[in-house]
Write a protein that binds this ligand. Structure first.
Ligand code: PEP
Length: 254
């Protein structure tokens, strides 16, 4: 597939996989995707499996991501993990502001922007998630909601930091539901976000930022979604837990 930006496809394993299970999945993906150079592939295991998977992936082209991090660098923050701790395990990416964290941990755009800045300070690339709920879409508020999240979550980033960041548009109604946004619905919001990035940063920065689509991406719909002009990859939940289904999403996107 001839794309303006290199595709980036990330698997969000969420709270799944013991260390032993994570290693089996990671080894399988390493084998399955050995030849893939055209796409940046990222896997995001739970914290407990990061160290083992990191060692396993040393000789692989698959990069490691975390699913969250603290906005603070160290200190009395029980239960939190700092960006520097992730870097120590050769983690390169971190998912921030996933809708599940926005919903269950009540993460705000302001907090997400602090985390994004802390990630960059530690040379971690944030994957910043935004997306509307079904109610918001049905009441015609998609653009307003996405604009507020994009502006708030990326506040304070420099142009260089923005270029090194990844955005993920994930309509909440499509996450884990089997309902995928149509490729046109997704493309429309991606184009809207890119226009927004022009106004927040500039044309060049906006052209370079990769925007992933997330929400029930599967091998069967990956090609059409990735074929859209402003869709530069995918953030995959459920289908990233299986070697064959994640591998096929990537192969079908090339
Ligand atoms: C996600 O959680 O980021 C996601 C897109 O999940 P799923 O692919 O299962 O819809």
């Amino acid at each position: 597939m001839n794309k303006e930006r290199k595709l980036i496809i990330a698997g969000n394993w969420k709270m799944n996989k013991t260390v032993a299970e994570a290693l089996i999945l990671a080894q399988g993906l390493k084998r399955e995707l050995r030849e893939v150079k055209e796409v940046d592939v990222v896997i995001c295991p739970p914290f407990t499996a990061l160290e083992s998977v990191s060692k396993e992936m040393l000789d692989s082209n698959i990069r490691l991501g975390a699913q969250n991090m603290s906005e603070n660098n160290f200190g009395a923050f029980t239960g939190e993990i700092a960006a520097g701790m992730l870097r120590e395990l050769s983690v390169r990416y971190v998912i921030l502001g996933h809708s599940e964290r926005r919903q269950y941990q009540k993460e705000s755009d302001e907090l997400i922007s602090k985390k994004a800045q802390a990630a960059h300070a530690a040379s971690l690339k944030p994957i910043v998630c935004v997306g509307e709920t079904l109610d918001e879409r049905e009441s015609g508020q998609t653009e307003k909601v996405v604009e507020t999240q994009v502006r708030g979550s990326l506040a304070g980033l420099t142009k260089d930091q923005m270029e090194e960041s990844v955005l993920a548009y994930e309509p909440v109604w499509a996450i884990g539901t089997g309902k995928t946004a149509t490729s046109q619905q997704a493309q429309d919001v991606h184009a809207f976000i890119r226009k927004l990035l022009v106004s927040m940063f500039d044309e060049t920065t906006a052209r370079r930022v990769r925007i992933q689509y997330g929400g029930s991406v599967k091998a069967q719909n990956a090609r059409e979604l990735m074929g859209q002009k402003d869709i530069d990859g995918a953030l995959v939940g459920g289908a990233s837990l299986d070697i064959r289904s994640f591998g096929d999403i990537i192969k079908n996107s090339i």
